[in-house]
Design a protein around this ligand. Sequence first.
Ligand SMILES: [Zn+2]
Ligand SMILES: [Zn+2]
Length: 262
Amino acid sequence: MLNDLIPQALHSDVNQFLHELMQLGQHVPTHCPYCQNQTFSQTRAEPLTFRCKACLKYFNPLTHTPFNRLQPVAWLTRILCDRVNRKTYQEIADTLDCDIKKIMRRDKAIKKQMQLHFPDVYQWYCAHNDVAGQFNTNPINDALSAQHQAFKQKLSEILTTTNSPCLYCHSPHTVKVGQRATFRCDRCRRGFSLLRDTPIMRLPHADLWLTYLDLLVAKHSNYAIASQLCMNSGTIGTWRRRWCYTMQLWGFESLAIWCQRL
Ligand SMILES: [Zn+2]
Ligand SMILES: [Zn+2]
C-alpha cells in the first residue's frame, strides 16, 4: 500500500504500523489486562478470547487498547489505506456498507495508537487528512513533485508538437490549428486532436494550463485559482475533475489523488 503520497522518510514507520495493525487480533497477551495476573486460559479461538484465573474476567488481545471492541481488525488497515488515498469517511462507509460513525471511531483509534508509537507518522497523517475544507498543510514530497514535473513535461510535448501524421489516413500532410494540439489533414480533410480520449481535449485557454497545474498542485482553491488566472470561477470549477482524470489516464495516480480535493 505504500505509495508516492507518503513521504519516503516515513515509509518504514508506516510499514511497521500497518504490520502491527494486522497482527492486533492474533497477539496472545502476557497477562490479564485487568489484574496483571499471568495465568489465564483461552476460551475461544474466533475471536480469540481468554479468561483470567485470578479475577475471572474475560478479555481479548484488544482489551485495554484503543481498538477495544473495534472488530473486525481487517477494517483498520483498510481505513488507514483509504485515508492515505484521501477518501472521505462517507466514501469509506459506503464501500464497507456501514454507518459513517463506525469509520470515524476507528480512525480516531488509529490516530491515538499512531500518536503513541509513531508520532512523526501521526503528524503527517493528521495534516494529510484535514478534509474539513481546510488547507492541506503537508508540503508536496519529492515523489509527487517528480510526477508533477513529468506530467507537465508530457503535456508540454503534446502542446508543442508541430507535426503529426493524420490519425485517420496516416498522411503526413497535416496542418496544426490553434493552441490545443489540434490538426487538420490536407488529404482526407478531417480534424483530429492529440488530446483525444482525454477530458481536457476541448478545455479552453490552453495558454493557462501549465500555470493552472502549478496552482492546482500547490493546493489552491478553485476560487483562488480563478482569481489568479482572471477567469470565471464557474469555468475553473469543472477543471479540477477533468485534470485529475487526465492524470489518472496517463498513469499519474498519486498526483491525481493529491489534487482531487483540498
Ligand atoms: Zn485478571
Ligand atoms: Zn487524413
